[in-house]
Design a protein around this ligand. Structure first.
Ligand code: HEM
Ligand code: HEM
Length: 351
């Protein structure tokens, strides 16, 4: 069953709500709660720009590689291989010999500068090409985030990698990745050209709340993991919180798949999220074995330990970004229902 459809030009009406307003017949009057539309996710009003969309996807994909490159710096204990910032060994442009830890650290810096340039282009292009004011703001928010991220990278080097600043650098990097993924989603053809047929879900807690709480829980988890990884905290909080993340993620994904599995933009991220969770738990266990049990001396990293921990950080980023995509889609397709009721919404069948 088609659950979403193109908006009719000029109708100014949601395809989803149109279904609500059709009366099924006399004597069947009932009152259904009115979905509250989120202003920020209000769809439509910009033409689909394929090149801009591809560019946003390229920026998000490159950012994912940069996160893996950053994790390589940490896992190889290469964070202080280049001691100064914003210069590298006293120069802004001269390439240092790319040996030992320098190739990870300086390579990461150069890659980060490239992402910075992509983000400037993305913000300018969005401002020019996208009619939605909130999208333009998001483009500039992406740029502000990447600037903060670069400064945190420099500040942690200048201060000898304090756990709090290195963890903040890890966490803001993941937030930036999520913004880049969200921009890719918002510039997509389906988002720009279609208005969704919304679904009614009367169950408690509201699915929107559940999905966003799951995002928050994953974010807290990567901060706890980062604090352990940067020697600022024990591993136990990260392990306990893994159980919370697992329960919330399963709750959200099962509810989406069982209640709204026919809506493809909801089913796909829910399905991917559940699988990423399983992979991430396995990688977490491997990271634990290789880093904590077999290789407690991080000054001499083994290839297996580097591989396991870099994969754990990278899949953590994918998990977070997929949870964000799911939460955005849930907000769009299953809006929160308010207590106020509307007459004549009897066509709506609660999911
Ligand atoms: C778009 C910009 C950037 C992103 C997305 C990014 C991302 C990351 C990530 C994900 C990590 C791994 C954290 C971890 O494994 O816990 C990392 C590590 C690191 N990054 Fe960046 N980074 C960026 C820019 C920079 C810049 C400009 C510098 C400049 C010096 C820098 C310096 C470092 C250092 C030194 C580490 C290792 C920290 C440690 O081991 O304590 N980063 N980065
Ligand atoms: C869904 C659950 C989990 C998520 C989302 C997650 C995420 C993360 C992330 C993002 C980091 C690195 C943070 C950073 O510096 O950027 C990390 C570190 C770590 N995690 Fe997890 N994790 C999860 C479950 C687990 C489990 C179950 C274990 C152990 C059995 C585990 C063991 C570790 C270890 C040992 C580290 C530090 C690795 C190192 O020192 O290099 N994680 N986790």
């Amino acid at each position: 069953m088609e659950q979403y459809g193109p908006i009719l030009p000029g109708s100014g009406e949601s395809a989803g709500f149109r279904g609500f307003r059709n009366s099924p017949g006399r004597g069947q009057q009932q009152r259904a709660p009115a979905p509250r539309r989120s202003r920020i996710l209000k769809p439509l009003t910009t033409p689909y720009n394929r090149t801009l969309h591809s560019f946003a996807i390229f920026t998000a994909s490159a950012t994912f590689l940069l996160i893996a490159a950053g994790a390589l710096v940490t896992s190889n204990s290469a964070g202080l291989s280049v001691p100064d910032w914003p210069t590298s060994f006293g120069s802004l442009y001269r390439m240092p010999p790319m040996v030992g830890g320098v190739k990870f650290e300086h390579g990461h810096r150069m890659f980060a500068e490239f992402i910075g340039l992509l983000t400037i282009a993305l913000a300018l292009w969005t401002t020019r090409a996208d009619r939605r004011p909130w999208m333009r703001k998001l483009g500039w928010a992406a740029l502000a985030t990447v600037i903060v991220q670069g400064i945190l990278g420099g500040v942690t080097v200048l201060n000898g990698l304090p756990p709090a600043i290195s963890t903040a650098h890890a966490a803001v990097g993941q937030a930036f990745f999520c913004i880049a993924v969200a921009i890719s989603l918002f510039t997509g053809q389906r988002w720009s050209g279609e208005e969704p047929r919304t679904q009614v879900d009367l169950r408690r807690p509201p699915l929107t709340a559940l999905a966003w709480v799951t995002v928050a829980a994953i974010y807290v988890q990567l901060i706890l993991g980062g604090m352990f990884r940067h020697h600022g905290m024990r591993l136990l909080p990260h392990l306990i919180w893994a159980a919370v993340v697992t329960l919330l993620t399963l709750w959200t994904t099962l509810r989406v798949l069982s209640r709204h599995g026919q809506v493809e933009p909801l089913r796909r991220p829910a399905f991917i999220l559940a699988h990423l969770l399983a992979i991430q738990l396995g990688l977490g266990f491997l990271a634990y074995l290789t880093r904590v049990v077999w290789n407690p001396n991080t000054a001499h990293p083994t290839a297996l330990m580097v591989g396991a921990t870099v994969a754990h950080v990278s899949v953590g980023a994918l998990l977070l970004a997929t949870a964000v995509v799911l939460a955005i889609q849930v907000t769009r397709y299953v809006p929160v229902v308010s207590d106020e009721t509307v007459e004549g919404t009897e066509g709506a069948v609660p999911a």
